[in-house]
Design a protein around this ligand. Structure first.
Ligand SMILES: *Cc1c(COP(=O)(O)O)cnc(C)c1O
Length: 217
C-alpha cells in the first residue's frame, strides 16, 4: 500500500516483462479521495492523476494546480457530450472515447480551441451490456473514423469484467492496438496492474492501492 510500494512493484513488473524503466505511466486515481490524501501524494512527487467525473475534477484540480502547476490529470470515466468542452480544457488525456457522437463533438471543439487532449478509445472487451465502450468487432472501423476526424488517438483502454480473468482482456486489447498501429494501452488497476504490464500496458490506473479504500459514504 502507498505510493512508494506501488512504484516499486511497478518497476519490478517492468523489469520482469523486459520493459524499459519508466515505460509504464502510473496514473494515481484520486477520485473520491479526501484532498489531504491527494496533497500527500503530490508532496511525494507524483504528478499524474486520474479522475472519473468532470465535475469532481473541476472542483479540485484547478486549486491543486496553483501549488503544483505541472500536475497532469486524465479523465478515466465516461464523458457526457455536454461536458466535452470543459473536459478538453481540464484534462491532458481522455481515456474513455466510447462513441461516434463524442468523437465528432471533440473534433469540432478541437478545431475551435486549437488543441485536443490525447485520446484513448475505450473498448468493451467483455461485450458487457452495462459497460461503455466500442465493441471489439467495431474497433478497427472506429479507430479509422477518429483518424479521419484528425483526432489524436494514442491508444486503447479497457476495464475487464469483474468476474473474468483480466489477462484475456489485456491480451485482446494489446492485439487490437498493435494491428491499428497504436502504442498506448490504458489497462490495469490496483488488483491487476502487474499482469497488465506483462501484456504491454503503458498506463496503469491505480487508486485504492495508493490512497486506501474509497469512502463513498
Ligand atoms: C476507479 C477506477 C480505477 C482505479 O481503481 P482501483 O481499483 O482503486 O485501483 C481505475 N480505472 C477506472 C476506469 C476507474 O474508474
Amino acid at each position: 500500500m502507498g505510493l512508494t510500494d506501488i512504484k516499486e512493484r511497478l518497476a519490478k513488473a517492468e523489469a520482469e516483462a523486459g520493459r524499459a524503466p519508466g515505460s509504464v505511466n502510473l496514473i494515481a486515481v484520486s477520485k473520491v479521495q479526501p484532498n489531504e490524501r491527494v496533497a500527500a501524494v503530490l508532496d511525494q512527487g507524483q504528478r499524474l492523476f486520474g479522475e472519473n467525473k468532470v465535475q469532481e475534477a473541476a472542483g479540485k484540480w484547478p486549486d491543486f494546480r496553483e501549488t503544483y502547476p505541472d500536475a497532469q490529470v486524465h479523465l478515466i470515466g465516461p464523458l457526457q457530450s455536454n461536458k466535452t468542452r470543459q473536459a478538453m480544457e481540464l484534462f491532458q488525456a481522455i481515456h474513455a472515447l466510447d462513441r461516434p457522437k463524442l468523437a465528432s463533438a471533440i473534433a469540432r471543439i478541437a478545431q475551435e480551441i486549437g488543441s485536443c487532449p490525447d485520446l484513448f478509445i475505450q473498448v468493451n472487451t467483455g461485450e458487457e451490456e452495462q459497460k461503455a465502450g466500442i465493441l471489439p468487432a467495431e474497433t478497427d472501423a472506429f479507430v479509422a473514423e477518429c483518424r479521419a476526424l484528425d483526432l489524436p488517438v494514442v491508444g486503447l483502454m479497457c476495464i475487464p469484467p469483474v468476474d473474468e480473468t483480466p489477462s484475456l482482456h489485456f491480451a485482446l486489447l494489446a492485439k487490437m492496438a498493435a494491428r491499428n498501429g497504436l502504442d498506448g494501452l490504458s489497462m490495469g488497476m490496483s488488483s491487476d496492474f502487474e499482469e497488465a504490464i506483462s501484456f504491454g500496458s503503458t498506463h496503469v490506473r491505480v487508486g485504492s492501492a495508493i490512497f486506501g479504500e474509497r469512502d463513498y459514504g
